[in-house]
Design a protein around this ligand. Structure first.
Ligand code: GLU
Ligand code: ZN
Length: 295
């Protein structure tokens, strides 16, 4: 089978419901894929059951449907992918590229999130420990389609990072890289809050010999008071009856032009109208809600 030229995806975490910021990211990803004649997949990043909001998985999928953001194929659930993650963790561990870390949270206080490598040569066994991947003293960079060149020194700015927690939960950084490659994703369109995760992901792709997708990080929507619109901040869940109105606002937030009369369209009609007009070149690098909220 031929590999499609474009495969995009939306990868929500069911720790909360979709809000306007997630709609902007989902819409950008959907339009980028559809305007390229590509596939668009949905992957549920349900790696952390204790942090899941009850009902969020079903509500997210229902909202996507009601907003006309139809996906291709079956939804993939990361909770079904643990064997694949373990296989890679075992491999990295055997190759000495990852190691077990038994440092307690208390010991790590004061390290400002950059692990100083204390367990690097301790040879702790794999079980009952966090697993960290060794990072090189190198910078990783990429050219984002909206944000431009982004660079990070993994040794100085990140440190050896966790790929499986001591309690057995898998880290987003590992799962996202394995699943994007497994699903044949060529183009990642997501929120700019993940910009500084990308160099870690590039490093894992390199370690594992996986292809590097293209990246487009859409601007975060910031409230006029400077608060990020996101899970940690109270932004209202998307209501189905506001679909057309919020899709129009999301389009404008993405720098796309709209025209009078579209308020009357159904979500599908609006998306159909917007697809051939999609222009990723007009997306701005940052955005406040006041600019986004143009009605
Ligand atoms: N699951 C992540 C989130 O909801 C997004 C992952 C990604 O797009 O790479 O923030
Ligand atoms: Zn340690």
């Amino acid at each position: 089978m031929n590999t499609p030229a474009y495969t995009g995806r939306f990868a929500p975490t069911p720790s909360g419901f979709l809000h306007f910021g997630s709609l902007v990211a989902a819409l950008a990803s959907w339009l980028d894929a559809r305007s390229a004649g590509g596939r668009w997949l949905v992957r549920m990043e349900d790696l952390d059951p204790p942090r899941e909001a009850p009902g969020a998985q079903a509500a997210i999928l229902h909202t996507l449907e009601r907003y006309g953001l139809q996906w291709d194929g079956e939804v993939v659930y990361q909770s079904q992918r643990h064997d694949a993650y373990d296989e890679i963790i075992d491999r990295l561990f055997r190759q000495g590229l990852a190691y077990a870390c038994t440092c307690s949270r208390k010991q790590l206080e004061g390290t400002q999130g950059i692990y100083p490598g204390w367990c690097r040569n301790a040879c702790h066994p794999l079980h009952d420990a966090a697993i960290r991947v060794r990072v090189p003293e190198l910078s990783y960079h990429f050219d984002d389609r909206v944000q431009g060149r982004f660079e990070q020194h993994l040794g100085r700015e990140v440190g050896d990072f966790v790929i499986r927690r001591r309690d057995g939960l898998y880290a987003y950084q590992l799962a996202v890289v394995l699943d994007d490659a497994w699903q044949g994703v060529t183009d990642i369109v997501r929120g700019a809050d993940l910009l500084d995760s990308t160099p870690r992901q590039l490093y894992l792709q390199e370690l594992l010999g996986l292809p590097q997708p293209r990246y487009l990080h859409v601007p975060l929507i910031v409230q006029p008071d400077g608060h990020k619109l996101g899970k940690s901040y109270r932004s209202p869940p998307l209501q189905p009856e506001q679909a057309t109105q919020l899709l129009l606002r999301a389009l404008r937030a993405l720098g796309q032009s709209t025209e009078p009369g579209l308020e009357q369209a159904t979500p599908s009609e609006l998306l159909h109208w917007a697809t051939p007009r999609w222009d990723a070149g007009t997306i701005s690098r940052s955005l406040t809600l006041a600019e986004a909220d143009l009605h």
